[in-house]
Design a protein around this ligand. Structure first.
Ligand code: APR
Length: 181
């Protein structure tokens, strides 16, 4: 999006509006929700399990046709029984102490998810706190990567909502974004 800044016709790119909320991402009425999946894309626990339960068995049947997804990449599917039109499945890094490229792979998850959203014209997207559950990525650095990457990635997405499932994640996002309306 571009904003006209006055007579001198100075235009600067303004990125998506950022929001943070506490809740269940499967209930989000946005164009796309992001799933923190594993490389098989065949479901699991955490948000992956919740999304598959809410979407219904058609999601797994569709995912079986995708041939998996490497860590740091993202693939998009229909949302099936979810309120969201699409699900963007991305695979975050497992935390191994921080010296195995984890930060770059996590940033790539956000970049690639926005790229899949742009490919289908999604104007709104909801992210979970990727890798901060089973994959044990520390919440504070993961949150900083999420926000910095979304802010620095060129995208046509207009609304990015970070959906936290616990107070730890919510406080981490609010510590950076400030109190949200
Ligand atoms: N809505 C929003 N966020 C959720 C939900 C939900 N319904 N359920 C869990 N979360 C949060 C967790 O609290 C955590 O903050 O999502 C974040 C990511 O946690 P995980 O779902 O465990 O994902 P991740 O850490 O990336 O590990 C991925 O776990 O479930 C398996 O198949 C998945 O193997 C993969 C691994």
């Amino acid at each position: 999006m571009w904003q006209y800044l006055g007579y001198t016709a100075r235009l600067r790119r303004i990125g998506p509006r950022l929001e943070v909320t506490l809740g269940d991402i499967t209930a989000e009425c946005v164009d796309a929700i992001v799933n923190a999946a594993n490389e098989t894309l065949l479901g699991g626990g955490g948000v992956d399990g919740a999304i598959h339960r809410a979407a219904g068995p058609e999601l797994l049947a569709h995912c079986r046709t995708l041939g998996g997804c490497p860590t740091g990449q993202a693939k998009i599917t229909p949302g099936f029984g979810l309120p969201a039109r699409s699900v963007i499945h991305t695979v975050g890094p497992i935390w191994h102490g921080g010296s195995h490229g984890e930060a770059e792979l996590l940033a790539s998850c956000y970049q690639e998810s926005l790229a899949r959203a742009d490919e289908v014209g999604a104007a709104s997207i909801a992210f979970p706190a990727i890798s901060t559950g089973v994959y044990s990525y520390p919440v504070a650095p993961a949150t900083q990567i999420a926000i910095d990457t979304v802010r620095s990635t060129s995208t046509k997405v207009e609304l990015v909502r970070f959906v936290c499932f616990n107070d730890e994640a919510l406080h981490a996002y609010r510590a950076i974004l400030g109190p949200m309306p």
